[in-house]
Design a protein around this ligand. Structure first.
Ligand SMILES: Nc1nc2[nH]c(O)nc2c(=O)[nH]1
Length: 452
Protein backbone atom coordinates (compact mmCIF):
# COMPACT_ATOMS: atom_id res chain seq x y z
CA UNK A 1 0.00 0.00 0.00
CA UNK A 2 1.25 3.50 -0.89
CA UNK A 3 2.43 5.74 1.93
CA UNK A 4 1.44 8.74 -0.16
CA UNK A 5 -1.40 11.22 0.30
CA UNK A 6 -2.12 13.95 -2.26
CA UNK A 7 -4.17 16.95 -1.13
CA UNK A 8 -5.44 18.57 -4.31
CA UNK A 9 -6.96 21.87 -5.39
CA UNK A 10 -6.68 23.64 -2.01
CA UNK A 11 -5.71 27.25 -1.29
CA UNK A 12 -2.31 26.56 0.26
CA UNK A 13 -1.05 29.05 2.84
CA UNK A 14 2.56 27.92 3.09
CA UNK A 15 3.85 30.34 5.78
CA UNK A 16 7.25 29.76 4.13
CA UNK A 17 9.92 32.50 4.33
CA UNK A 18 8.38 34.22 1.27
CA UNK A 19 4.84 33.96 2.67
CA UNK A 20 3.65 32.20 -0.50
CA UNK A 21 -0.03 31.42 -0.96
CA UNK A 22 -0.91 29.05 -3.78
CA UNK A 23 -4.49 28.99 -5.06
CA UNK A 24 -5.80 25.61 -6.28
CA UNK A 25 -2.54 23.87 -5.43
CA UNK A 26 -1.48 20.39 -4.31
CA UNK A 27 0.62 19.08 -1.47
CA UNK A 28 2.03 15.56 -1.54
CA UNK A 29 2.83 13.64 1.64
CA UNK A 30 5.11 10.62 1.56
CA UNK A 31 5.30 8.88 4.93
CA UNK A 32 6.06 11.52 7.56
CA UNK A 33 7.22 14.28 5.19
CA UNK A 34 5.96 16.80 2.63
CA UNK A 35 7.59 15.88 -0.71
CA UNK A 36 5.91 18.26 -3.18
CA UNK A 37 4.13 21.64 -2.97
CA UNK A 38 2.38 23.42 -5.88
CA UNK A 39 1.48 21.67 -9.13
CA UNK A 40 0.32 18.05 -8.84
CA UNK A 41 3.25 15.69 -9.56
CA UNK A 42 3.16 13.93 -12.97
CA UNK A 43 3.12 10.25 -12.07
CA UNK A 44 1.99 8.75 -8.80
CA UNK A 45 1.23 5.21 -7.63
CA UNK A 46 -2.35 4.12 -8.39
CA UNK A 47 -3.15 3.62 -4.73
CA UNK A 48 -2.12 7.12 -3.54
CA UNK A 49 -4.78 8.51 -1.19
CA UNK A 50 -6.36 11.56 -2.86
CA UNK A 51 -8.03 14.31 -0.80
CA UNK A 52 -10.13 16.90 -2.62
CA UNK A 53 -9.34 20.34 -1.19
CA UNK A 54 -11.81 22.29 -3.32
CA UNK A 55 -13.21 25.17 -1.28
CA UNK A 56 -10.68 24.50 1.49
CA UNK A 57 -7.59 26.25 2.79
CA UNK A 58 -4.54 24.17 3.72
CA UNK A 59 -2.27 25.54 6.46
CA UNK A 60 0.60 24.16 8.46
CA UNK A 61 -0.68 22.47 11.61
CA UNK A 62 -1.07 25.00 14.43
CA UNK A 63 1.41 24.91 17.31
CA UNK A 64 0.31 25.51 20.89
CA UNK A 65 3.08 26.91 23.09
CA UNK A 66 1.37 26.94 26.50
CA UNK A 67 -1.22 24.73 28.19
CA UNK A 68 -2.11 23.05 31.49
CA UNK A 69 -4.02 20.01 30.24
CA UNK A 70 -4.93 18.74 33.72
CA UNK A 71 -7.13 21.82 34.15
CA UNK A 72 -9.60 20.41 31.60
CA UNK A 73 -11.41 18.69 34.51
CA UNK A 74 -11.55 21.91 36.60
CA UNK A 75 -13.11 24.31 34.12
CA UNK A 76 -15.62 27.03 34.92
CA UNK A 77 -14.52 27.63 38.52
CA UNK A 78 -13.48 30.93 40.13
CA UNK A 79 -14.97 32.60 37.09
CA UNK A 80 -14.60 36.24 38.19
CA UNK A 81 -11.29 36.19 40.06
CA UNK A 82 -7.87 37.78 39.65
CA UNK A 83 -4.97 35.41 38.87
CA UNK A 84 -3.87 35.11 42.53
CA UNK A 85 -7.47 34.66 43.82
CA UNK A 86 -8.14 32.12 41.07
CA UNK A 87 -4.97 30.15 41.90
CA UNK A 88 -5.61 30.06 45.64
CA UNK A 89 -9.19 28.86 44.99
CA UNK A 90 -8.05 26.10 42.65
CA UNK A 91 -4.87 24.78 44.32
CA UNK A 92 -6.85 22.75 46.92
CA UNK A 93 -8.90 21.12 44.15
CA UNK A 94 -5.80 20.41 42.06
CA UNK A 95 -4.27 18.76 45.15
CA UNK A 96 -6.63 15.83 44.42
CA UNK A 97 -5.44 15.02 40.89
CA UNK A 98 -4.14 11.54 40.09
CA UNK A 99 -3.28 9.53 36.98
CA UNK A 100 -6.94 8.95 36.06
CA UNK A 101 -7.82 12.64 36.35
CA UNK A 102 -4.78 13.71 34.34
CA UNK A 103 -5.24 11.11 31.58
CA UNK A 104 -8.95 11.97 31.26
CA UNK A 105 -8.31 15.73 31.29
CA UNK A 106 -5.53 15.39 28.73
CA UNK A 107 -7.75 13.35 26.40
CA UNK A 108 -10.38 16.12 26.62
CA UNK A 109 -7.91 18.94 26.09
CA UNK A 110 -6.04 17.24 23.27
CA UNK A 111 -9.25 16.30 21.45
CA UNK A 112 -10.36 19.91 21.56
CA UNK A 113 -6.95 21.08 20.36
CA UNK A 114 -7.07 18.65 17.43
CA UNK A 115 -10.50 20.01 16.46
CA UNK A 116 -9.15 23.57 16.42
CA UNK A 117 -6.27 22.77 14.07
CA UNK A 118 -3.48 21.99 16.48
CA UNK A 119 -0.91 19.38 15.48
CA UNK A 120 1.84 20.14 18.05
CA UNK A 121 1.27 21.14 21.65
CA UNK A 122 3.30 21.67 24.73
CA UNK A 123 1.95 21.18 28.26
CA UNK A 124 3.03 22.78 31.53
CA UNK A 125 2.23 20.23 34.20
CA UNK A 126 3.32 21.63 37.56
CA UNK A 127 1.03 20.02 40.19
CA UNK A 128 2.38 16.73 41.60
CA UNK A 129 0.48 15.74 44.78
CA UNK A 130 2.26 13.12 46.92
CA UNK A 131 -0.18 10.30 46.08
CA UNK A 132 -0.79 11.35 42.47
CA UNK A 133 1.20 8.62 40.67
CA UNK A 134 2.87 8.97 37.29
CA UNK A 135 1.14 12.13 36.09
CA UNK A 136 3.53 13.03 33.27
CA UNK A 137 3.30 9.44 32.04
CA UNK A 138 -0.51 9.68 32.05
CA UNK A 139 -0.60 12.73 29.80
CA UNK A 140 2.11 11.38 27.50
CA UNK A 141 -0.03 8.28 27.10
CA UNK A 142 -3.04 10.48 26.23
CA UNK A 143 -1.06 12.45 23.64
CA UNK A 144 0.10 9.23 21.98
CA UNK A 145 -3.55 8.08 21.88
CA UNK A 146 -4.85 11.28 20.29
CA UNK A 147 -1.79 11.45 18.02
CA UNK A 148 -0.55 15.02 18.51
CA UNK A 149 3.14 15.93 18.53
CA UNK A 150 3.83 16.58 22.20
CA UNK A 151 6.30 18.76 24.12
CA UNK A 152 5.26 18.26 27.78
CA UNK A 153 7.23 20.10 30.43
CA UNK A 154 8.12 18.70 33.83
CA UNK A 155 6.81 21.58 35.90
CA UNK A 156 7.32 22.12 39.61
CA UNK A 157 6.51 24.16 42.72
CA UNK A 158 8.62 24.20 45.91
CA UNK A 159 7.66 27.51 47.60
CA UNK A 160 4.57 27.12 49.74
CA UNK A 161 2.59 29.72 51.63
CA UNK A 162 4.48 29.13 54.86
CA UNK A 163 7.75 30.11 53.10
CA UNK A 164 6.29 33.20 51.43
CA UNK A 165 4.85 31.62 48.26
CA UNK A 166 1.27 31.37 47.03
CA UNK A 167 0.50 27.59 46.92
CA UNK A 168 -0.39 25.46 49.95
CA UNK A 169 1.90 22.66 51.21
CA UNK A 170 -0.31 20.02 49.56
CA UNK A 171 0.90 20.89 46.05
CA UNK A 172 4.62 21.58 46.51
CA UNK A 173 7.60 19.20 46.44
CA UNK A 174 11.19 19.42 47.66
CA UNK A 175 13.97 20.57 45.32
CA UNK A 176 15.58 17.12 45.45
CA UNK A 177 12.35 15.35 44.45
CA UNK A 178 11.82 17.81 41.62
CA UNK A 179 15.32 17.59 40.19
CA UNK A 180 15.37 13.79 40.37
CA UNK A 181 11.96 13.55 38.67
CA UNK A 182 13.03 16.11 36.04
CA UNK A 183 16.18 14.19 35.14
CA UNK A 184 14.17 10.93 35.05
CA UNK A 185 11.57 12.46 32.71
CA UNK A 186 14.26 13.56 30.27
CA UNK A 187 15.99 10.17 30.38
CA UNK A 188 12.70 8.32 29.90
CA UNK A 189 11.00 10.37 27.19
CA UNK A 190 13.06 13.13 25.53
CA UNK A 191 13.58 12.33 21.85
CA UNK A 192 16.17 14.42 19.98
CA UNK A 193 15.46 13.00 16.52
CA UNK A 194 14.23 15.51 13.86
CA UNK A 195 10.80 13.87 13.55
CA UNK A 196 10.40 13.48 17.33
CA UNK A 197 6.79 13.16 18.50
CA UNK A 198 7.87 13.71 22.12
CA UNK A 199 10.27 16.21 23.69
CA UNK A 200 10.58 17.25 27.33
CA UNK A 201 11.37 20.67 28.84
CA UNK A 202 11.81 21.75 32.47
CA UNK A 203 9.35 24.25 33.91
CA UNK A 204 9.38 25.62 37.48
CA UNK A 205 5.98 27.27 37.74
CA UNK A 206 6.22 31.02 38.47
CA UNK A 207 8.21 33.53 40.57
CA UNK A 208 5.69 33.28 43.44
CA UNK A 209 5.57 29.46 43.59
CA UNK A 210 9.22 28.39 43.31
CA UNK A 211 12.43 29.20 45.14
CA UNK A 212 15.39 31.00 43.62
CA UNK A 213 17.44 27.84 44.21
CA UNK A 214 15.00 25.76 42.17
CA UNK A 215 15.18 28.22 39.28
CA UNK A 216 19.00 28.15 39.30
CA UNK A 217 19.26 24.37 39.68
CA UNK A 218 16.61 23.70 37.03
CA UNK A 219 18.42 25.94 34.56
CA UNK A 220 21.70 24.11 35.28
CA UNK A 221 20.05 20.71 34.82
CA UNK A 222 18.19 21.70 31.65
CA UNK A 223 21.37 23.01 30.05
CA UNK A 224 23.35 19.96 31.14
CA UNK A 225 20.68 17.70 29.56
CA UNK A 226 20.14 19.90 26.49
CA UNK A 227 16.41 20.54 27.01
CA UNK A 228 14.41 23.76 26.92
CA UNK A 229 13.12 25.82 29.87
CA UNK A 230 9.69 27.28 30.41
CA UNK A 231 7.86 29.27 33.09
CA UNK A 232 5.07 31.82 33.63
CA UNK A 233 6.38 35.37 33.57
CA UNK A 234 5.17 38.98 33.56
CA UNK A 235 1.53 37.86 33.62
CA UNK A 236 -0.08 40.19 36.16
CA UNK A 237 0.37 43.37 38.16
CA UNK A 238 0.20 41.26 41.35
CA UNK A 239 3.28 39.38 40.11
CA UNK A 240 5.08 42.70 39.52
CA UNK A 241 4.30 43.69 43.12
CA UNK A 242 5.42 40.28 44.43
CA UNK A 243 8.78 40.51 42.60
CA UNK A 244 9.30 44.08 43.73
CA UNK A 245 8.59 43.21 47.38
CA UNK A 246 10.56 39.93 47.46
CA UNK A 247 13.44 40.56 45.04
CA UNK A 248 13.49 44.34 44.56
CA UNK A 249 13.22 44.08 40.77
CA UNK A 250 10.91 43.29 37.85
CA UNK A 251 9.98 39.69 36.95
CA UNK A 252 12.38 39.69 33.97
CA UNK A 253 15.27 41.17 35.97
CA UNK A 254 14.71 38.38 38.48
CA UNK A 255 14.84 35.74 35.74
CA UNK A 256 17.97 37.30 34.24
CA UNK A 257 19.65 37.12 37.66
CA UNK A 258 19.16 33.33 37.74
CA UNK A 259 20.21 32.53 34.16
CA UNK A 260 16.70 32.28 32.74
CA UNK A 261 17.10 33.98 29.37
CA UNK A 262 18.32 32.55 26.07
CA UNK A 263 17.15 30.80 22.92
CA UNK A 264 16.34 27.73 25.03
CA UNK A 265 13.85 29.63 27.23
CA UNK A 266 10.23 30.66 26.62
CA UNK A 267 7.92 32.55 28.95
CA UNK A 268 4.15 32.17 29.10
CA UNK A 269 2.14 35.45 28.94
CA UNK A 270 4.91 38.10 28.83
CA UNK A 271 2.53 41.02 29.26
CA UNK A 272 4.39 43.30 31.63
CA UNK A 273 7.67 43.96 29.78
CA UNK A 274 8.99 47.50 29.24
CA UNK A 275 10.86 48.67 26.10
CA UNK A 276 14.33 47.82 27.43
CA UNK A 277 13.16 44.39 28.48
CA UNK A 278 11.67 43.67 25.07
CA UNK A 279 15.06 44.61 23.59
CA UNK A 280 16.83 42.20 25.93
CA UNK A 281 14.40 39.38 25.12
CA UNK A 282 15.09 39.97 21.43
CA UNK A 283 18.86 40.13 21.92
CA UNK A 284 18.82 36.79 23.73
CA UNK A 285 16.13 35.16 21.49
CA UNK A 286 14.06 34.39 24.57
CA UNK A 287 10.56 33.33 23.48
CA UNK A 288 7.06 34.34 24.54
CA UNK A 289 3.86 32.28 24.47
CA UNK A 290 1.08 34.81 23.91
CA UNK A 291 -2.20 33.65 25.53
CA UNK A 292 -4.74 36.38 24.70
CA UNK A 293 -7.96 34.66 25.83
CA UNK A 294 -6.64 33.60 29.23
CA UNK A 295 -5.07 37.01 29.79
CA UNK A 296 -8.45 38.63 29.22
CA UNK A 297 -10.39 35.97 31.20
CA UNK A 298 -8.21 36.69 34.25
CA UNK A 299 -8.42 40.44 33.72
CA UNK A 300 -4.72 40.93 33.08
CA UNK A 301 -3.43 43.60 30.73
CA UNK A 302 -2.91 43.32 26.98
CA UNK A 303 0.36 41.82 25.76
CA UNK A 304 2.60 44.07 23.63
CA UNK A 305 2.53 41.56 20.77
CA UNK A 306 3.30 44.10 18.03
CA UNK A 307 6.33 45.43 19.91
CA UNK A 308 7.58 41.91 20.67
CA UNK A 309 7.26 40.86 17.01
CA UNK A 310 8.83 44.09 15.71
CA UNK A 311 11.78 43.69 18.07
CA UNK A 312 12.37 40.13 16.80
CA UNK A 313 11.31 38.25 19.92
CA UNK A 314 10.19 34.68 19.05
CA UNK A 315 6.43 34.72 19.69
CA UNK A 316 3.99 31.82 19.54
CA UNK A 317 0.37 31.44 20.63
CA UNK A 318 -0.92 29.49 23.60
CA UNK A 319 -4.39 28.52 24.75
CA UNK A 320 -3.18 28.42 28.39
CA UNK A 321 -4.85 26.08 30.87
CA UNK A 322 -8.50 25.13 30.51
CA UNK A 323 -9.37 26.59 33.92
CA UNK A 324 -8.56 30.09 32.63
CA UNK A 325 -9.67 29.49 29.04
CA UNK A 326 -12.59 27.11 29.03
CA UNK A 327 -12.57 27.01 25.22
CA UNK A 328 -8.88 26.23 24.54
CA UNK A 329 -9.36 26.26 20.77
CA UNK A 330 -6.09 27.25 19.19
CA UNK A 331 -7.39 28.97 16.06
CA UNK A 332 -9.48 31.17 18.35
CA UNK A 333 -6.20 32.45 19.87
CA UNK A 334 -5.15 33.74 16.44
CA UNK A 335 -8.46 35.63 16.27
CA UNK A 336 -8.04 36.97 19.81
CA UNK A 337 -4.40 37.93 19.15
CA UNK A 338 -5.59 40.17 16.31
CA UNK A 339 -8.43 41.70 18.34
CA UNK A 340 -6.32 42.34 21.43
CA UNK A 341 -3.41 43.82 19.49
CA UNK A 342 -5.79 46.16 17.67
CA UNK A 343 -7.61 47.13 20.86
CA UNK A 344 -4.22 48.19 22.16
CA UNK A 345 -2.47 49.51 19.05
CA UNK A 346 -5.06 50.32 16.40
CA UNK A 347 -6.25 48.62 13.20
CA UNK A 348 -2.82 47.85 11.73
CA UNK A 349 -1.29 46.51 14.94
CA UNK A 350 -1.51 42.84 13.88
CA UNK A 351 -2.51 41.52 10.47
CA UNK A 352 -4.42 38.28 9.94
CA UNK A 353 -1.39 36.84 8.16
CA UNK A 354 0.92 37.69 11.05
CA UNK A 355 -1.55 35.94 13.36
CA UNK A 356 -1.27 32.77 11.25
CA UNK A 357 2.52 33.07 11.36
CA UNK A 358 2.45 33.30 15.16
CA UNK A 359 0.17 30.23 15.32
CA UNK A 360 2.49 28.16 13.09
CA UNK A 361 6.09 29.03 12.37
CA UNK A 362 6.24 31.37 15.39
CA UNK A 363 5.28 28.51 17.69
CA UNK A 364 7.76 26.21 15.98
CA UNK A 365 10.53 28.72 16.66
CA UNK A 366 9.51 29.07 20.32
CA UNK A 367 9.70 25.27 20.73
CA UNK A 368 12.93 24.93 18.73
CA UNK A 369 11.20 22.99 15.92
CA UNK A 370 11.34 25.46 13.02
CA UNK A 371 13.60 23.17 10.98
CA UNK A 372 10.97 20.40 11.23
CA UNK A 373 7.49 21.91 11.26
CA UNK A 374 5.46 25.17 11.20
CA UNK A 375 5.37 25.75 7.41
CA UNK A 376 4.43 23.91 4.23
CA UNK A 377 7.75 23.29 2.51
CA UNK A 378 9.30 20.30 0.79
CA UNK A 379 11.22 18.26 3.36
CA UNK A 380 9.24 19.44 6.38
CA UNK A 381 7.15 17.13 8.51
CA UNK A 382 3.63 16.48 7.24
CA UNK A 383 1.78 18.40 9.98
CA UNK A 384 -1.11 19.92 8.04
CA UNK A 385 -4.69 21.12 8.45
CA UNK A 386 -7.32 21.34 5.70
CA UNK A 387 -10.04 23.80 6.73
CA UNK A 388 -13.42 23.61 4.99
CA UNK A 389 -14.63 27.11 4.06
CA UNK A 390 -17.66 26.00 2.05
CA UNK A 391 -20.40 26.37 4.68
CA UNK A 392 -22.55 29.42 5.31
CA UNK A 393 -20.17 30.50 8.11
CA UNK A 394 -17.47 31.41 5.57
CA UNK A 395 -19.08 31.49 2.13
CA UNK A 396 -18.57 34.82 0.39
CA UNK A 397 -15.43 35.74 2.35
CA UNK A 398 -13.02 35.94 -0.57
CA UNK A 399 -9.80 36.13 1.41
CA UNK A 400 -9.30 32.64 2.88
CA UNK A 401 -6.94 33.92 5.58
CA UNK A 402 -9.47 36.54 6.69
CA UNK A 403 -12.11 33.78 6.75
CA UNK A 404 -9.86 31.61 8.89
CA UNK A 405 -8.69 34.24 11.37
CA UNK A 406 -11.69 36.55 11.61
CA UNK A 407 -14.52 34.06 11.02
CA UNK A 408 -15.84 31.18 13.10
CA UNK A 409 -13.55 28.15 13.49
CA UNK A 410 -14.21 26.19 10.27
CA UNK A 411 -14.86 22.46 10.21
CA UNK A 412 -11.65 20.52 9.61
CA UNK A 413 -11.85 18.41 6.47
CA UNK A 414 -8.60 16.70 7.44
CA UNK A 415 -5.54 17.03 9.61
CA UNK A 416 -2.30 15.08 9.53
CA UNK A 417 0.39 14.79 12.18
CA UNK A 418 3.66 13.24 11.05
CA UNK A 419 1.74 12.17 7.94
CA UNK A 420 -0.92 10.31 9.95
CA UNK A 421 -4.57 11.39 9.66
CA UNK A 422 -5.88 12.61 13.04
CA UNK A 423 -9.05 14.50 12.04
CA UNK A 424 -11.35 13.84 9.07
CA UNK A 425 -14.82 15.19 8.43
CA UNK A 426 -14.40 17.34 11.57
CA UNK A 427 -14.20 14.20 13.76
CA UNK A 428 -11.15 13.08 15.70
CA UNK A 429 -10.28 9.65 14.31
CA UNK A 430 -8.26 8.41 17.25
CA UNK A 431 -10.68 8.67 20.20
CA UNK A 432 -14.41 8.44 20.84
CA UNK A 433 -15.15 12.10 21.61
CA UNK A 434 -18.49 11.32 23.29
CA UNK A 435 -16.83 8.83 25.64
CA UNK A 436 -14.12 11.39 26.44
CA UNK A 437 -16.79 14.01 27.23
CA UNK A 438 -18.61 11.67 29.63
CA UNK A 439 -15.34 10.68 31.35
CA UNK A 440 -14.37 14.36 31.76
CA UNK A 441 -17.71 15.17 33.43
CA UNK A 442 -17.31 12.21 35.81
CA UNK A 443 -13.72 13.15 36.71
CA UNK A 444 -14.76 16.75 37.34
CA UNK A 445 -17.45 15.60 39.78
CA UNK A 446 -15.02 13.19 41.48
CA UNK A 447 -12.38 15.91 42.00
CA UNK A 448 -14.86 18.43 43.37
CA UNK A 449 -16.27 15.81 45.77
CA UNK A 450 -12.74 14.85 46.84
CA UNK A 451 -11.91 18.50 47.66
CA UNK A 452 -14.96 18.48 49.93
N1 LIG B 1 -2.63 31.58 33.68
C1 LIG B 1 -2.01 30.89 34.65
N2 LIG B 1 -1.04 31.50 35.35
C2 LIG B 1 -0.41 30.82 36.31
N3 LIG B 1 0.57 31.16 37.16
C3 LIG B 1 0.80 30.09 37.92
O1 LIG B 1 1.69 30.07 38.88
N4 LIG B 1 0.02 29.07 37.59
C4 LIG B 1 -0.76 29.48 36.59
C5 LIG B 1 -1.79 28.86 35.84
O2 LIG B 1 -2.14 27.69 36.03
N5 LIG B 1 -2.37 29.61 34.86
Amino acid sequence: MSRMTLIENAHVVTVDPDGRELPAASVLIDGTRIVAVGDPPGTLPDDVTRIDGTGCVLTPGLINTHHHLYQWVTRGLAADHTLFQWLTTLYPIWAGIDETAVRTAALGGLTSLALSGCTTTTDHHYVFPAEGGDLLGAEIDAAATVGLRFHPTRGSMDLSEKDGGLPPDSVVQSIDEILTASADAVARWHDTSPDAMLRIALAPCSPFSVTTDLLRESAGLARELGVRMHTHLAESLDENTYCDEHFGCTPLQYMESVGWVGDDVWFAHGIEFDDDEIGRLAATSTGVAHCPTSNARLGNRICRTRDLVDAGVPVGLGVDGAASNESCRLLEEAHQAVLMARARGGPTALTTRTAIELATVGGARVLGREADTGSIEVGKLADLVLWDLTSVAHSGIEDPVAALVLGAIPPIAGSWVNGRPVVAGNQVLTVDAEEVAADVAAEHRRLIAKAG
